[in-house]
Design a protein around this ligand. Structure first.
Ligand code: GDP
Ligand code: IMO
Ligand code: MG
Length: 421
């Protein structure tokens, strides 16, 4: 399994693509097209939102699990995009019949709900309809992939759902109602297009595991955006942490082996919410500029700051991370001094545990330890010993402070720019 350990965008796509030649199957288990997983190979840069990041390895089967919320339009566009790059999708992509759909009214409600929140209370969602779709799922009103395969069922469910949503849209938000028939016409057409991919992925995955196949579960977002464990309410509406991988795929916990946590060598966050090590200064600007920190889904500027060991200790514990993949180390190449947040100050006292409630987290101040930068490029390093001694010292310090080994080090966006330790 591979999970994000910060606020998302840690480089999960790059790592999954890199690792996919060691696995038979890669599975997305939560989130939806709010994710943007970037893969750079053969001089190309591709951003995937729904299809697992193993798709560019021709021997790898990809599965979109039951825990994912699927926007059929976004999925069809993505399938086309991958095929245009010369990769077969039919026969290599399976979609869970139980995955829930994102409907046009979910996107509309996502933005209406945000527009009603004032200033600092806005979540800053990606506007992809994620929250409203998961709301329907848990309210047991959702429409699932399997419903797309039966036009009568789809019509009935859409009419029922839209009757309620339109009341909400017109009476509460005082906006124009959505045309039910137009959505029915649009969504009816997906049956033939999606049918070849749909299967009972829970059964499929468990049978493949029984037959000895290897599976990599690919998380979207990151631990601190988890609806249960993250910086609520500034989170997404699913469980990116390792626990979510089992419910979102149907793979039982006893089949889970190693849990790789992906972590940037610094921290970024896109959207609103607490961020103790955020830097509103030239250093933060430099991290964003050098790291090209713009959202892969929305293009928004990512907020930047130093690495936060208080938050990381928490997220590694919650996800049971057994090893770390440290990414974007090259972004630190030109910094003379590299800071690491080791604890927080709260009301004049030093604390070491990560507070997840906004009231407390918004009050903490980071305590930093300063480490020497390396002022050199590691771009050509392919083994730990080839890294600059100060880079090695930074990594060793993180391993000791977090009590987990760093097994992958990423020194550039490309597939090959990876050091395996
Ligand atoms: P994900 O959502 O976790 O898959 O991450 P994103 O794709 O949203 O953001 C990570 C960004 O960093 C992408 O633009 C990647 O191409 C890029 N990236 C990944 N690893 C490295 C690295 O080691 N160095 C640099 N400079 N860029 C990287
Ligand atoms: P990947 O998989 C970074 C953030 C949004 C917002 C909050 C809720 O690429 O790491 P949502 O649309 O999910 O309701 O938005 O979560 N967010 C992400 N931030 N990377 C992501 O995915 C994200 N997916 C959602 O910016 O703050
Ligand atoms: Mg991303």
């Amino acid at each position: 399994m591979l999970v994000g350990t910060q606020f998302g965008d840690e480089g999960k796509g790059k790592l999954v693509d890199y690792l996919s030649d060691q696995y038979d199957i890669v599975v997305r288990y939560q989130g939806g097209a709010n994710a943007g997983h970037t893969i750079c190979f053969d001089g190309k840069t591709v951003v995937l939102h729904l299809i697992p990041s193993g798709i560019f390895n021709k021997d790898c089967i990809c599965v979109i699990g039951n825990g994912v919320v699927i926007d059929p339009n976004a999925l069809m566009d993505e399938i086309k995009k991958v095929e245009e790059l010369g990769y077969d999708v039919k026969g290599r992509l399976y979609i869970s019949h139980n995955a829930h759909l994102i409907m046009p009214y979910h996107k509309r409600l996502d933005s209406l709900s945000e527009s009603c929140l004032s200033g600092d209370n806005k979540i800053g969602t990606t506007g992809r309809g994620i929250g409203p779709s998961y709301e329907d799922k848990f309210a047991r009103k959702g429409i699932r992939v399997v419903d797309l395969l039966n036009r009568d069922v789809l019509k009935e469910k859409l009419r029922e759902n839209l009757a309620a949503k339109n009341k909400l849209i017109s009476k509460v938000y005082e906006q124009e109602e959505i045309d039910v028939e137009a959505i029915i016409r649009e969504y009816e057409e997906f049956d033939k297009a999606i049918d070849p991919y749909v299967t009972n992925t829970q059964l499929y995955l468990n049978r493949q595991i029984k037959a000895g196949k290897t599976v990599l579960l690919e998380g979207a977002q990151g631990c601190l955006l988890d609806v249960d464990h993250g910086t609520y309410p500034f989170v997404t509406s699913s469980n990116p942490t390792s626990g979510g991988a089992c419910t979102g795929s149907g793979v039982a916990p006893n089949h889970v082996g190693k849990i790789i946590g992906v972590c940037k060598a610094y921290t970024t966050r896109v959207g609103n919410g607490d961020f103790p090590t955020e830097l509103d200064d030239e250093t933060g600007e430099a991290l964003g500029r050098i790291g090209c920190e713009f959202g892969a889904t929305t293009g928004r500027k990512r907020r930047c700051g130093w690495i936060d060991l208080v938050a990381l200790r928490y997220s590694l514990t919650v996800s049971g991370v057994t090893e770390l993949a440290l990414t974007k180390l090259d972004v630190l190449d030109t910094f003379e001094e590299i800071k690491v947040c080791t604890s927080y100050m709260l009301d004049g006292k030093e604390i070491h545990d990560f507070p997840t409630e906004h009231q407390t987290l918004s009050q903490v101040r980071p305590v930093y330890k300063s480490l020497k930068g390396w002022m050199a490029s590691n771009a050509n390093a392919r083994s730990f010993s080839e890294l600059h001694p100060n880079t090695q010292a930074y990594i060793t310090y993180l391993e000791e402070a977090l009590e987990v080994p760093v097994t992958f080090i990423s020194v550039g966006p490309g597939r090959e720019e990876t050091v395996f330790k």
